[in-house]
Each structure stands twice: as structure tokens, then as C-alpha cells.
Ligand binder design. Sequence first.
Ligand code: PEP
Ligand code: MG
Length: 587
Amino acid sequence: MKSKKPKSQHEQVFTGMAVGAGVAIGVVYRHDSRSNVHIREQAISAAKVRSEQHRLLEAAARASGEVQKLQGEAKRLPGAAGEEIGYLLDAYQQMLSGSRLIRGVQKRIATDQVNAEAAVMREIGLMVEAFAAMENRYLAARVDDIREVGRRLVESLTGKKTRALANLPKNAVIVADELSPADTATLDPAHVAGLVTLVGGVESHTAIVARSLGLPAVVADDVILDEAQNGQAIIVDGATGTVILSPSPKSLATYRKRKAEILREQKSLRKLTAVPAVTKDGVAIKLMANIELPSEIESILDAGAEGVGLFRSEFMFMNRKDLPSEEEQYKNISDVVRQMQGKPVTIRTLDVGADKLGAAFDMKPGPNPALGLRAIRFSLRRKKLLLAQLSAILRASVHGPVRILLPMVSTVDEIREVKKIMGRVVSRLKRRGVKLPDPLPPLGVMIDIPGAALAADALAAESDFFAIGTNDLTQYTLAIDRTDEQVAYLYNPLHPAVLRLIQFSAEAAAAARIPVSVCGEIAGDHRLTALLLGFGISELSMSAASLPRVKKRILALNLSAISGRVRRITSESDPRRLKDLVAELSG
Ligand code: PEP
Ligand code: MG
């Protein structure tokens, strides 16, 4: 690690994407994940091919041993961080043992007659090119994992030690091009104050790790890597995306104050955990949590969640080439239901399509996966899959209250078809003598398509509850791909069109006397709580971290006093004036 004198002693302010809230005040620790993969290419004779291939296999076995150690270390990272990193390390492990990569390198040693290091770099280069050209963002992002495996192989061949983030100075703010899962596993959370990386979005490893470790984090652009020097003072504001190098005494004072305020607020919010979420005028609101992994249960219970409002079941289908059996799904779901100790768990059936499950299905994604065969459409095409999932959920429902949620429903017929299939599953389970609850779990639908919102009255007649998925509702209403950074400036859940669809769905649910929740990201934004409750929403489901602040807002709210302002918002069609009106309600 170079330790040059800082280029500038003056304060420098950078703005990036805020991915993990909080304020860090510390010192720069630079980390270059792509450095030092310099190898010497050597031609070898045909007679040396076998021994070189043997050397490669030995190096792969050593690298695999190191990854195994990291897998052990990853287990001590809390919650989603440990699990996320664990999955990726599993993938490294697979690549290092008899995979297409290792076979490819072995072949290349023979065909190109080069040393193992050169063969690794050539093979990795070709794989990286092929992956980077893929249109699927998820697969394109796997390029970094392939590079990391290549780097480990070369290090193992040359005997050079792998980098580690284990011996960091106190209050280190890691400034890196990116953090690989392997880097993260060696990271000592007690010494890290914050993270600044160049790569990654709100769903990147950096973001997931930062949120689970409660670290302030910003994704910035590469100017900061040119400027930041080891040991330089740095401030990271994970709420606004601001990074300050060599902060002035004034900035230091401001941010010290801000940090103290955050700590005070966190302490006071913790006291609200057991307080029921009731408005000043006595309206009780259900505050639920969204989860993606069973390991999140502990933190959502700690945060005071009254149940799981959205259990994204996709995790059981990801990072694998086969499908989970009914038994495996049953085990996963019943674990969650049991751990929730009698609190309701809303399980959403699979919400992806052939674009994400390509490996497990022999199915080509359509020309536009976002508008294609996905979510409930996919499940209804693959009935065996739906049968297994419904059967697993129904069996798990004897362990505690469960609700079944169908994603991306656009017609009443889809609900009716699911009901028919559920009837078949129930009869089959009864024939097998399996105990089922009476009544059976409620069956609800996501309102995440504009057409579903506009036809909400018809859907309500066939549904036991609604969950409004504002993330997709916004995407489909405004024709904005929610993962496309180029049009992110237009992604606005507060667009009058989206708000009207939410209001319309809430009214349809009220008329049919069925419960309605919001489980998109806006449910966790305390500035929008008053508006959503004003629409008649009585249940909000969000990530555990957002729950205490939303509760604080509810406790301070007098719903009857804001009804006039909510009406004005619903009749306002100018987005700018609407923004001002919403701001007035934000509390
Ligand atoms: C939504 O679309 O608002 C939602 C909650 O589902 P997801 O984010 O999983 O698509
Ligand atoms: Mg959705």
C-alpha cells in the first residue's frame, strides 16, 4: 500500500450515491482489489504440459482451501452480510473445483503451450469478455467474481500472499475500487468506520454489507481514488452520499454534531420497540417487515415488527442449477413461521422469470423479461413448481399464521386458477393425512401492475388482502426500468399517476373490506407515512432498519387533522406542486 503525502491539504467534497446511512469520521485506508495480477508468460515444451497441468490442479486445491477458510470467517458476519458473502464464496468454491474454468485452463496449457499462470489469465480474459457482453445485468456483474477467482489462482500458483482487510487501523474508512466478498469476509467490523467504493448500486455487495453491519457507505466516482491518500482524514455521510477529504475544522464540527444526533436518535428510537404503533387519534397501524432471507428474523423481531408483510421466496431458487424440492421449501418456510412465534408471515410465491432461473429451467427468456413470463405467469406455466410451493406453504401453515401472496397478478382469472390449483393441493394433502389449519391461509395479491390497480375492485372480489408493491408499480406506470441508472432520475413513486393508483387500490380494498398494505420501498420512508395512512392504508411492510422511524412518525400523527391535505394531494396533478404538498405532510 503506497503512502504518499496527500495531494491536497484543502477540504475536498465529493458527492456519490448514498447506500448505507450514518456518518463516519475516520482515516482513509486505500484498498485496490484489482492490483498486482502481473504474471510472467512463459512458453513451455510439449513435455512439460502434464507437469504444468498438475501444478495448476495443486494451486486450485490450495486456493479452494483458502476460500474454505474464508467461508468459516464469513459465518461470523451478521445476518444478511454473512449469508450473501457465503453464497458468493460457495460460487468461488465451485469455480475452483473441476469447473469449466479449471478444465478450460488445463486445455489451454496444452493447446497454447504456456505456463499455468498465463493460461489462467487467457482463459479468464475470454470468460470476462463473454460475461461482460451479456445483456443480463446480474450475469454481467458476475465478471468480478470470475476475476477474483482468477486472481486467487494466480496468487496460489506464484505463492504470493492474498491481501487482507484484517489489520486495519482504528476508524478506517475503506476507499476501494470495490470490495469483493472475499475481502469482506476478512474485514474486521470493529475497526471499520465506513466504506467508499466505486462500483455497485443500492443492491451491490457493498450496500448489503454496509446495511447489515450498520456502516455508512457511499458509491462514488473514480476521482476520489485519484485523490484519497492513506491516513488522510475523511468524512462519509451515508445518508446524503457526501464524502469529504481533509475536512475543515468547520466540517468536522458539523459532522461530529450530526453523528452525536444520530446516536441520540437511535437510542431514543430503540425505546419505541415495544410501543404499539397507534396514531394520536387512536388508529392502530400494523408495522410489518420485508425479508429476503430467514436469517433476518432476529433483527426484525428486535426492531418490533408485528409480522412479516413480505417474505420474498426467491432466495430458495437462487445461486443453484436445480429447483428446491417441496421438502426443502417446507423446511425453510416452517423455520421462519416457527421463529415468528405466532406473528403472521406473508409468503410471496416465486417472483422471477426465465431470465433469472435460466439454469434451473430449460427455458429461454422472452424478448422483454420485465413484461414477459414472470412471477405468477411463470408459476402458472410451470404448474408443478406452483404445486410444490403451495404445498410447502400450506404444510408450514400449521406452525403459525401464514398468508399467501401472488405477485404480478393482472387478471381475475389468474387468481381463480391459483385457487383451483390450491384446491387440488389441499385435497392431495388431506388424502395423505397431512394436518391443515382451518380456515386455510388467506390468499392475497400484489398490486404491482397499473392494470391491476385500475381493476382493483374486480381483483378485490377474489382476494383476501392486497399488498401494494410500489417498486414495480412505479416502474410499470412510468415505463422506467427500476435498475437502469440512466433513467433513474425519472423514477418517482410520488408521481401523481402512481399516487392515484395507490389511492384507487386502497379505496377498492376498503369497499371490499379486505386489508391493504404497502410493501414497496416507500413504506419505509417516514416522510411518506402520513400520506399513505391518509389513503386508508393500515399496514406497512418495510426493512427492519426503517421500522422505528416510521413508528415514531405514526405516534406523532393525528390522522383526522390531515384528511383535507391528503384530499388536496390526490387532486393535484402537477408533480412539482404535489411534491411541495407531500413535503408539508412529511412531519
Ligand atoms: C415491489 O415491487 O414494490 C415489491 C415489494 O416487490 P419487489 O421489490 O420484490 O419487486
Ligand atoms: Mg415487485
